[in-house]
Design a protein around this ligand. Structure first.
Ligand code: SAM
Ligand code: 2KA
Ligand code: SF4
Ligand code: MG
Length: 243
């Protein structure tokens, strides 16, 4: 069997709800496994063992068959998320096949690992984690990721996205933005109730947090070139999985 990757979800087409290509019609592939364990992770089933029986090892051909079974011909863009897909060296043949099929490819990762295939990603979102996550950023590794992309001439595909829950997170986000001033920078509203099924109440809270974040950014002269976004899919569909 060809090289495989651990897959937890394939879904879409839906809209990309976050970051640099928000609104883009896309399919999602969600891989299993993460080297982090963020306190507020909205996809903790990818690493906490709760969905371990749902993990399927798939090679590139099987993934493409499943993408087209679910999405038909109604997609030209595929987003790979996780977990941390950057743990998977074996993603290379998947990327190659998606390219061969004419797909645009996006990837979500936290910037804790580099892979050679990063240079083949069209929309590469790097999302280092603020203090509220409980994780610590290795800035040598993060800088290494940007250096490698620069050397390969593909730095323009990358963006930074930092999730913000509080003032301390915003200070961290600002530090990251100032450290990498040339990288398009996105601030994202944090969802601190990833379990509720009360979509209306969640939307109300998230909108007020969004307003708070916008107010902070408007006041700050060091945040003049940032984009402030909610998780659009959470506003639309709450904590539902597979949307
Ligand atoms: C589930 S992660 C998977 C990719 C990768 N591990 C990462 O964190 O970038 C995808 C995106 O969701 C964000 N995210 C996770 N939990 C969140 C939450 N509770 N509120 C807002 N964004 C969240 C992450 O910061 C990341 O940008
Ligand atoms: N619609 C939609 N947009 C997303 N953007 C990033 C997601 C993720 O979980 O990585 C995500 C997701 O799960 N759904
Ligand atoms: S890095 Fe991403 S997938 Fe991993 S725990 Fe944090 S938010 Fe979740
Ligand atoms: Mg998500």
């Amino acid at each position: 069997m060809a090289e495989t990757i651990p897959v937890l979800e394939i879904f879409g087409p839906t809209i990309q709800g976050e970051g640099m290509v928000i609104g883009q019609k896309t399919m999602f592939i969600r891989t299993a496994g993460c080297d982090y364990s963020c306190a507020w992770c909205d996809s903790s089933f990818t690493w906490d063992g709760s969905a371990k029986n749902e993990i399927i090892q798939m090679d590139a051909g099987q993934l493409w068959t499943e993408l087209t079974r679910i999405g038909g011909n109604r997609f030209s863009h595929v987003t790979v998320s996780g977990g941390n897909p950057a743990l998977l060296k074996n993603l290379q043949p998947v990327i190659a096949l998606l390219k061969e099929k004419g797909m645009e490819i996006a990837l979500e990762t936290q910037g804790s690992r580099y892979q050679e295939w990063f240079t083949e990603i069209d929309d590469l979102t790097i999302s280092p984690k603020p203090p509220s996550s409980g994780m610590k950023t290795d800035f040598d590794v993060l800088s290494g990721v940007f250096n490698r992309l620069k050397e390969a001439g593909t730095l323009s595909s990358a963006s930074l996205k930092v999730v913000v829950f509080n003032a301390e997170d915003l200070a961290y986000a600002k530090m990251v933005h100032l450290k990498y001033p040339g990288i398009p920078f996105y601030l994202q509203v944090g969802n601190d109730d990833t379990a509720t099924a009360d979509d209306a109440a969640l939307m109300k809270i998230l909108m007020s947090r969004y307003e708070w974040l916008i107010d902070q950014v408007m006041e700050d002269e060091q945040l003049n070139l940032v984009r402030v976004l909610p998780q659009l899919h959470t506003l639309l569909w709450g904590n539902k999985r597979g949307v």
